[in-house]
Design a protein around this ligand. Structure first.
Ligand code: PLP
Length: 227
């Protein structure tokens, strides 16, 4: 585990150096989905404090029983009826993928006196199986969500297409950055500051294209038996 984490850390540092960025511009989220709490404990002992989960019930059951100083991120598709498992514990919800979910999150947050930081998920690859707003509707939807009480927009998230063609992957990240640049003309800089992009296979490309948060699972925890 320690070895794997060190390798990821070195890859992040090299990608930052290559693109003239400082290491502290990029946050590493260790994606622990499907792995048991024991694995998170090991990564925690190796020094990691930021973990990402993608299933609501699994998220909730792991949060209970793990150290309080873990910063939890939620990165998966969230159904409105499962908001209650996630919102009370989440530092950043990466996956607001519809206005209906944003409204439900806003209602829950107001009712419970929370202020929840969120990212808007964009389907930059156009793949039908992916969740997220289309690039065309992003700006309008962003401004609507920006007016909702209880949720605080911090930026954007995307998942690159699962292809080997690096050009297509890079194009997906570039599109997310262009959306950020467009939207940032209409809102305060802190609302569009974060770009959550890059996974085990493509986080170096993402860093070169301006990622501020990389979500890395396999390269830290090993391969998952189930998705
Ligand atoms: C699983 C997952 C990751 C991590 O993927 P790896 O390829 O294992 O690094 C990142 N982001 C999202 C949204 C995921 O569901």
């Amino acid at each position: 585990m320690l070895d794997a984490i060190q390798k990821v850390e070195e890859r992040i540092q090299r990608a930052c150096a290559r693109s003239g960025r400082s290491r502290n511009e990029v946050t590493l989220v260790a994606v622990s989905k499907t792995f048991p709490a024991e694995s998170i404990k090991k990564a925690y002992e190796a020094g990691l404090r930021i973990f990402g989960e993608s299933r609501a019930q699994e998220f909730k059951s792991k949060v209970i029983g793990l150290p309080d100083d873990i910063e939890w991120h939620f990165i998966g598709h969230l159904q409105s009826n499962k908001i209650k498992y996630v919102l009370p514990h989440v530092h950043l919800l990466h996956s607001i993928d519809s206005l209906a979910l944003a409204e439900a999150a806003s209602r829950y947050a107001q009712k419970h006196g929370l202020s929840v930081s969120v990212l808007m998920e964009i389907n930059t690859s156009g793949e039908k199986a992916k969740y997220g707003f289309s690039p065309q509707e992003a700006a309008d939807a962003f401004l609507k969500m920006n007016d909702m009480q209880g949720i605080v927009l911090k930026g954007f998230m995307t998942i690159a297409p699962f292809v080997s063609d690096e050009k297509k992957i890079r194009a997906s990240f570039q599109l997310l950055r262009r959306i950020k640049e467009e939207v940032s003309r209409f809102t305060a800089p802190e609302n569009t500051a974060e770009l959550s992009m890059g996974m085990s296979a493509d986080f170096e490309t993402a860093i070169e294209e301006g990622s501020t948060i990389v979500r890395v699972g396999t390269a830290i925890f090993g391969s998952r038996e189930v998705q």
